[in-house]
Design a binder for this molecule. Structure first.
Ligand code: ZN
Length: 133
């Protein structure tokens, strides 16, 4: 049911400052930047093999990501796994009594259905389940 690591999310204070390293030094292909209004973040997408690195920047001081950066600084924010059926995956988590951040899928960037699993369920990693449209 899990198909691959879809992307790794990295929290940054500024995409403008963070992007040159990933694009110019690592040589990753930058594709686009999108704003995800529901999460108050702006996301820059870079291809790395069949996966992506996403640089996440808060769009305002009230963004949950701004609070994350304040508490922990820039760094690894989440790992996203691509699933074939996000509803089935969420119900597996619920049946096992695992803590979820999202009980139901919501819309992420690129029209993906996403849902976050609480780090308490995953040994400390914020995990995102995502299903492509
Ligand atoms: Zn993500």
């Amino acid at each position: 049911m899990i198909q691959k690591i879809d992307h790794i999310g990295i929290a940054v204070t500024s995409i403008k400052e963070a992007l040159p390293y990933y694009r110019d030094i690592l040589g990753l292909e930058y594709t686009d930047t999108q704003e995800v209004a529901g999460q108050k973040v702006r996301v820059a997408f870079l291809k790395i093999g069949e996966s992506r690195i996403e640089l996440l920047e808060p769009t305002g001081p009230d963004s949950p990501l701004a609070k994350f950066l304040e508490a922990r600084g820039a760094g690894l924010h989440h790992i996203a796994v691509k699933v074939s059926d996000i509803q089935a995956s969420l119900s597996d988590h619920k049946k096992a009594g695992l803590k979820l951040i999202d009980d139901e899928p919501r819309m992420g960037a690129h029209n993906m259905k996403i849902a976050f699993v609480h780090p308490k369920a995953t040994s400390g990693v914020l995990l995102e389940l995502c299903q492509r449209p």
